[in-house]
Design a protein around this ligand. Structure first.
Ligand code: M6R
Length: 608
């Protein structure tokens, strides 16, 4: 959830670290801090709140000339957002400083032991415990690398950490366990960071550290070791293909808006090389590596979970594969997980680092079922641990609210459904070619539709932003979209919103309806429309206002009708999705909320 960066090279470290933290701020923004060694003493600067507060603090101080440093941007887990809980944290003897992303689960036990030995703590964090544990380990093991490895072996939980010592100001140590950490390999300069954009202005050469590894880094180079026994480890250096421009706002007011408007490109990129107009063939070699499952378990969180629910409709209908979709935090703690020998687990995750999804994958792995990943981030933990991975190729998604990622996940799920369907011989070539042509038409149609949809979203957001509650209703493949619409509205505008299956309203929720409680009804021109219409009438009969997301020519009698292009079932979903995203975007912006960094959230949820 937090972002960390370490740098050792030939430039002043603090500006490099701050620049990197800007690219990591999406991971958490409760506080930020930097550390470097100046005249044999740590200079640690920390500030509560966003990175700008830390920059203000730094601007009041003389510039640091140190060429090694590290930094942190925090999403609070242990201890409230406050300067005392901000990283870096120092050891009691002032010789060590640390930044940490993750949770040390046994920190209270360790803390009690250390307190009994006279250590004192000035924060509530697990991180301050860890740095003092390293100090304590040095009593029996003066070599820092060995002491650090010993401390890490005693710590249970998840971490990506960077440790500096006062005695070796040009060096840092870094380690990872169940939290992302990537090394950037420059010329005479080396980085570690929680995500690649943090050092991408300086190098595209990366090494993905694995769980249980520790690196020693200085401006001359790096060595990697296994934490368990300090045996040396070597990894291939990989080259990142995407550039910095894809991780910047490109003239849009917010990353979220840019990412919504990238969806035509995301669809086009996702289809390139996989399908051709007029053909029902789908080129997905990632699937060919695995048997067609008899039963599919889709596991994901948040927006990725909603994409999985949408994909279920297509996979069941076209490929005849029964699909269960489960929230990862529930799946991982199932009392009895009954996976059959011909089942498959599909984990969906934009970041590829979501802790619950990763844990679910590992649990499924223990049962020996084939594991398919649907990920955006190449080199992420899930991407590396799955047996085979379909990459969504959406490019970096920076806004905390996921948008283009869901579009890309839906696209790939549709392709998977077609590919499995073809392998099982369940649909004919003409049917599949029709769907493929419909998908290939999407980029242009979306490109044309988005500006008008944005304008309509703006109008409706002005009219409805005073509401304190919202329902989002849909049936069939529109039900997951309703869930996603509600999630987007609540996470961005802090307006309470519930997604419901339209037919479920009469079983309780309709009691809430009155004039002040509007409903977004997804009422597309398909076989379920008459049913959705009845549900809308039931709401209006109770004075509820209804905004209908509909196709041209549907007579709906709603308070507001928002016409979106009709691409047929299920492809119209690719227009409903950005409409819902734009409504939440505009509502949030109109209400003056922080669109890209909503309160209490973080982009990559690497804690339980
Ligand atoms: O990276 P992942 O797809 O695994 O992330 C899952 C959720 O944390 C994520 O979709 C979250 O719900 C977003 N804030 C939704 O906008």
């Amino acid at each position: 959830m937090c972002g960390i960066i370490g740098y050792s090279g030939h430039r002043p470290a603090v500006p490099v670290v701050i620049e990197g933290l800007h690219h990591l701020e999406y991971r958490g923004y409760d506080s930020a801090g930097v550390a470097s060694v100046q005249c044999s003493d740590f200079e640690i600067v920390r500030a509560k709140g966003k990175l700008s507060a830390l920059e203000d603090e730094l601007s009041r101080r003389p510039p640091s000339h140190a060429t090694t440093g590290m930094g942190h941007t925090r999403w609070a887990t242990h201890g409230e957002p406050a300067v005392r809980n901000a990283h870096p944290h120092e050891s009691n003897d002032g010789t060590l400083a640390i930044v940490h992303n993750g949770i040390i689960e046994n920190y209270l036990e360790i803390k009690a032991d250390l307190e009994a030995k006279g250590y004192v703590f000035s924060s509530e964090t697990d991180t301050e415990v860890l740095v003092n544990l390293v100090q304590e380990c040095r009593r029996s093991e003066p070599d820092l690398l060995k002491a650090f490895a010993k401390a890490l072996r005693l710590a249970k939980g998840a971490y990506a950490v960077c440790l500096m010592s006062r005695e070796k100001p040009g060096e840092f140590l870094a380690a990872r366990m169940s939290a992302p950490l990537i090394m950037g390999i420059g010329t005479g300069e080396f980085f570690v960071a929680s995500d690649i954009p943090a050092f991408l202005p300086y190098t595209r050469q990366v090494v993905f550290l694995e769980d249980g590894e520790l690196a020693r880094v200085d401006c001359q180079g790096y060595q990697i070791y296994a934490i368990k026994d300090l045996s040396p480890v070597s990894h291939e250096v990989m080259t990142i293909e995407w550039d910095m421009q894809s991780a910047q706002k490109g003239g849009y007011r917010h990353f979220m808006l840019k990412e919504i408007f990238e969806q035509p490109r995301v669809v086009a990129d996702g289809l390139a090389g996989r399908v051709a107009r007029g053909s029902g063939a789908v080129h997905l070699p990632e699937l060919d590596a695995l048997p067609v499952p008899e039963r599919l378990h889709v596991v994901a969180c948040g927006t990725s979970y909603h994409a999985g629910l949408w994909g279920r409709c297509l996979i069941e209908q076209w490929a005849g594969i029964p699909v269960q979709v489960e929230i990862a935090s529930e799946f991982r703690y199932r009392e009895k997980l009954l996976l059959g020998p011909r089942d498959m687990v599909l984990v969906i995750s934009q970041s590829g680092e979501t802790a619950d999804t990763l844990a679910a994958l590992r649990i499924a792995k223990e049962q020996g079922v084939p594991l398919l990943g649907l990920c955006n981030v190449v080199g992420s933990s899930i991407a590396r641990e799955a047996d085979s991975v379909v990459f969504t190729q959406a490019g970096p998604e920076i806004s905390v609210a996921s948008t283009k990622a869901m579009c890309s996940q839906m696209l790939m799920l549709a392709l998977m459904a077609l590919a499995w369907s073809a392998r099982k011989g369940l649909t004919d070539e003409a049917f599949r070619a029709g769907i493929v042509d419909g998908l290939l038409d999407l980029p242009k149609k979306l490109e044309e539709a988005l500006p008008g949809m944005h304008a309509r979203a703006r109008e409706l957001s002005r009219k409805y932003s005073g509401a304190k509650n919202f329902f989002y209703l849909g049936r069939g493949h529109c039900f997951p979209l309703a869930l996603e619409g509600a999630l987007k509205l609540k996470e961005l505008s802090y307006i309470h919103a519930e997604g419901y299956a339209s037919g479920e309203m009469k079983h309780g929720p309709i009691a809430l309806i009155d004039r002040s409680f509007p409903t977004f009804a997804i009422a597309l021109n398909d076989d379920l429309l008459p049913k959705v219409k009845s549900n809308m009438v039931e709401i209006q009969a109770r004075q509820g206002r209804v905004i209908a997301l509909a196709n041209e020519g549907c007579d709906l009698g709603a308070d507001d009708v928002w016409i979106v292009p009709d691409a047929g079932k299920p492809l119209s979903a690719f227009f409903v999705l950005p409409a819902l995203q734009l409504f939440s975007y505009e509502t949030s912006d109109y209400l003056g909320k922080d669109v890209d960094q909503p309160r209490n959230l973080a982009k990559s949820v690497t804690v339980e």
